[in-house]
Design a protein around this ligand. Structure first.
Ligand code: ARG
Length: 464
């Protein structure tokens, strides 16, 4: 990438008596990565120029020239023909310099009443706002894919686990809906974060505001911001919104990572609950029999780097005095990488979810082991009048005896069962089945197939 950043041109002015070394130039430059802000940088500049012209700070003629130049620059960038110069340090100076080459003095007037400090803060907010909108859409797609899977398997029974031990039977649809809830909370968090992203720093200039009669609300309106930032010192140095975003992104990845862990386990031949479509897996270069769930494993791994970016931004900010400091230039790479990682991951997962094959027999067989319906037996005794703690004790004894005889609770005869409690009658057998067990948990949020169907409806409404 760095090859495209040719060297030419000294950006720095009369104030300096010697040029910086090449190493320092490279060390302080950000154009290697902030060229990604070009579109929003131009958008922000045009809104600023429009306001300057409206306020008669520059002429309409200058504004027209700036528009003309920016259109050309935009075209060149899209065509990959724009020459990014390392010597011009960052995206802002590169674009401004080129504008001046193209339109002369009008280009030199663009920076009136503005600083790169409020300019870059505006750019990042515009960039992040659109990234959040993309992420929201992808979170929706993923939820739709999981809801589809849940719908197909509203009544498919699998063992539910606590401590990775078989606990109670659940439906696979219910299990998928747990992730729908997580990704719905992620959506809410992104929406909330967007409110604080969507405020305009421009007009704060370097730190104290500007002597020109600017109209900040006009710029805010043009750029679709809900409000302006109300303190210029805060506006140029605030990166809270980026930290909030990274925190929300870290949670998205945490949810993805938990799902990944389950997919990896479920696909292991030892468990064999699911298969993942070949296009998300790879083979081994040495073991011909292998099909590895690479995508979920990598997603689990990439969660680490997103968590790292959150810590990087928190650490970046913690020691900074007001107002802008060059430290802030370090906000971009973590932020960009977080956005890229989350977007790619969500896109792949929405697709992969539709490529999951569920194996109901394997799930069912696993649920039949491990006394998954022991709680149902205890609840049954409670309904017959036994205090819960006594019921728990009676069933514990029954399970112990089954373990000794290597059989399941359902394999005991009525006579054998009655040894543990005389309250047990022959209606117990329907209760001890897997179907009976899940169907009995029939309240909002419960695992009964009927409730899964209701929850899917509710979740789909929420997505409208
Ligand atoms: N490239 C800089 C950044 O990303 C732009 C702002 C520079 N401002 C300055 N006073 N040096 O933060």
């Amino acid at each position: 990438m760095s090859d495209q950043f040719s060297k030419k041109d000294e950006a720095w002015s009369a104030r300096f008596s010697e040029p910086v070394s090449d190493l320092v130039k490279r060390y302080t430059a950000s154009v290697f990565f902030d060229y990604r802000l070009a579109d929003v940088d131009i958008q922000g500049s045009l809104a600023h120029a429009e306001m300057l012209a409206h306020q008669k700070i520059i002429s309409q003629q200058d504004y027209a020239e700036i528009q003309r130049g920016m259109t050309q620059i935009q075209t060149d960038i899209s065509a990959g023909k724009f020459e990014w110069l390392l010597d011009l340090e960052d995206v802002h100076l590169n674009i401004e310099k080129r504008l001046t080459e193209l339109v002369g003095d009008a280009g030199k007037r663009l920076h009136t009443g503005r600083s790169r400090n409020d300019q870059v803060a505006t750019d990042i907010r515009l960039y992040l706002r659109s990234a959040i909108d993309d992420i929201q859409r992808l979170l929706k797609d993923l939820q739709h894919a999981l809801l589809h899977l849940a719908e197909q398997h509203a009544a498919t029974i699998m063992p539910g686990f606590t401590h990775m031990q078989v606990a109670q039977p659940v439906t696979f649809g219910h299990h998928m809906l747990a992730y729908v809830e997580m990704f719905n909370r992620d959506t809410e968090r992104m929406m909330d974060c967007r409110k604080r992203v969507n405020r305009l720093p421009l007009g704060s200039a370097a730190l104290a505001g500007t002597t020109f009669p600017i109209d900040r609300l006009r710029v805010a309106k043009t750029l679709g911001f809900d409000d302006i930032c109300h303190n210029s010192l805060d506006a140029v140095s605030d990166r809270d919104f980026a930290i909030e975003f990274c925190a929300a992104a870290a949670l998205v990845m945490t949810h993805i990572s938990r799902l990944s862990e389950e997919l990896v386990l479920w696909m292991s031949p030892r468990i064999g609950f699911i298969d993942i479509a070949d296009r998300f897996c790879t083979g081994s270069s040495i073991m011909p029999q292998k099909k590895n769930p690479d995508v979920p494993e990598l997603a689990r791994g990439k969660t680490g780097r997103v968590n790292g970016h959150l810590i990087a931004l928190l650490t970046l900010m913690k020691g900074q005095p007001l107002a802008y400091n060059k430290d802030n230039q370090e906000d971009k790479e973590p932020l960009f990488d977080t956005v890229d990682t989350v977007i790619d991951t969500l896109r792949i997962f929405a697709d992969m979810a539709t490529g999951i094959t569920v194996k109901p027999d394997a799930m069912r067989n696993a649920a039949l082991q491990g006394y998954a319906t022991a709680t149902d037996l205890a609840d049954y005794l409670v309904k017959k009048g036994l205090p819960f703690r006594d019921a728990h004790e009676a069933v514990a004894k029954a399970v112990r005896s089954c373990e000794q005889h290597a059989c399941d609770l359902t394999e005991l005869t009525l006579t054998q069962l009655r040894e543990f409690s005389p309250l047990i009658e022959d209606d117990i057998f329907s209760i001890l089945t897997l179907e009976g067990s899940v169907a009995a948990r029939n309240h909002p949020g419960g695992t009964a197939p009927a409730q899964v169907v209701e929850s899917i409806k509710h979740a789909r409404n929420r997505l409208r």
